[in-house]
Ligand binder design. Structure first.
Ligand code: IDP
Ligand code: MG
Length: 154
């Protein structure tokens, strides 16, 4: 099963939208395998956003991501990277589809509420960057037989 790192960004914490974000992922049927509140510093942000460090918006992004605690989550599910990106919506909330988290709840590109991993490899790397193995939980979810066919559950 794929894993994805979700960050409820400072705007989600400050606007009281953490529960809304968690609820949407729960209702999809995904499994929450790790969660914690954290204050991110420059070092971990530069590792997490390595592909963006040289870009013009990076300084503002880093300041914003340090402006409040965030909620870090690891979620698991069959091909969950793509399904979560669809639930999250386009990077620019003004272009994000209605029904998506960003489409429904955000306006500014730099205030788009949520981070979600964009590929299987980045999901593995990002979950490992923010969570120790002991902070990740492997447990049975009883509803799986009603969510997945056998080949999707293996
Ligand atoms: P993503 O979060 O949808 O994967 P990325 O392109 O990976 O989008 O960019 C990471 C984050 O950087 C975005 O979520 C957004 O907060 C911020 N960002 C990206 N492009 C811009 C921009 O043009 N202006 C301001 N912030 C941006
Ligand atoms: Mg990205």
């Amino acid at each position: 099963m794929e894993r994805t790192l979700i960050i409820a960004k400072p705007d989600a914490v400050q606007r009281g939208l953490v529960g809304e974000i968690i609820g949407r992922l729960e209702r999809k049927g995904l499994k929450l395998i790790g969660m914690k509140l954290a204050a991110l510093d420059k070092t971990i942000l530069r590792a997490h956003y390595a592909e963006h460090v040289e870009k013009g918006f990076y300084a503002g992004l880093e300041d914003f991501m340090k402006s409040s605690p965030v909620v870090l989550m690891a979620w698991e599910g069959f091909e969950c990277i793509d399904s979560v990106r669809t639930i999250v919506g386009a990077t620019n909330p003004r272009m994000a589809a209605p029904g998506s988290i960003r489409g429904d709840l955000a306006i500014g590109v730099g205030r788009n509420l949520i981070h979600a991993s964009d590929a299987k490899e980045s999901g593995e790397r990002e979950v490992a960057l923010f969570f120790a193995e002991a902070e990740l939980f492997d447990y049975d979810k009883s509803e799986y037989m009603h969510l997945y066919e056998d080949f999707e559950r293996s």
